[in-house]
Write a new protein. Sequence first.
Length: 197
Amino acid sequence: MEMQGNRALAVTQEQAWSALNDPAVLKASIPGCDKVEATGNNQYAVGVSVKVGPVSAKFAGKINLTDVKPPESYTLGFDGQGGAAGFGKGQAQVRLTPQGTGCELSYNVSAQVGGKIAQVGQRLIDGVARSMAEDFFRRFDEEMQRRHPQAYAAAATAAAAQPAEAKLAAPAGKPIPAWLWVLVAVVLVAAVVWWMR
């Protein structure tokens, strides 16, 4: 399974990096997660409950961070066992890129699943994985809003000011109404039909 995505965050690259390395933030952000504990340098033990179609399982696993380049990127390797339900393993490249006063969080995941979970079908697995990724981003963003409300207030103010600037940059002439475009199209079609007769 391959998956990639990104999300703009109002917090700085350094604030996002700190949060991505905080077990409490990760536990609050990962759907179904009940445990994220540091077990060593750039190593964590995790516990996650997952439901894929008719199969529900509690996975116990390990996360190892490699190629760590603060505050820009790391590679996250994961390996989880869910007993009879199966296993999941793979890696994700996670990158933070400065964008204005905030940053963009992007990821590229390559994963394998096996056991009963793999038997429910690739489309269902992909759908659940995408849903979990979107849920992670939403929860992570909410946690950043809770921890750094001033950054989100500044981003909201900047976004509210943007339409006003766009109006100032717009040309002074009035836009052509949609009904006029329809009328022109009808006249052109009628002219072509008359000419072809």
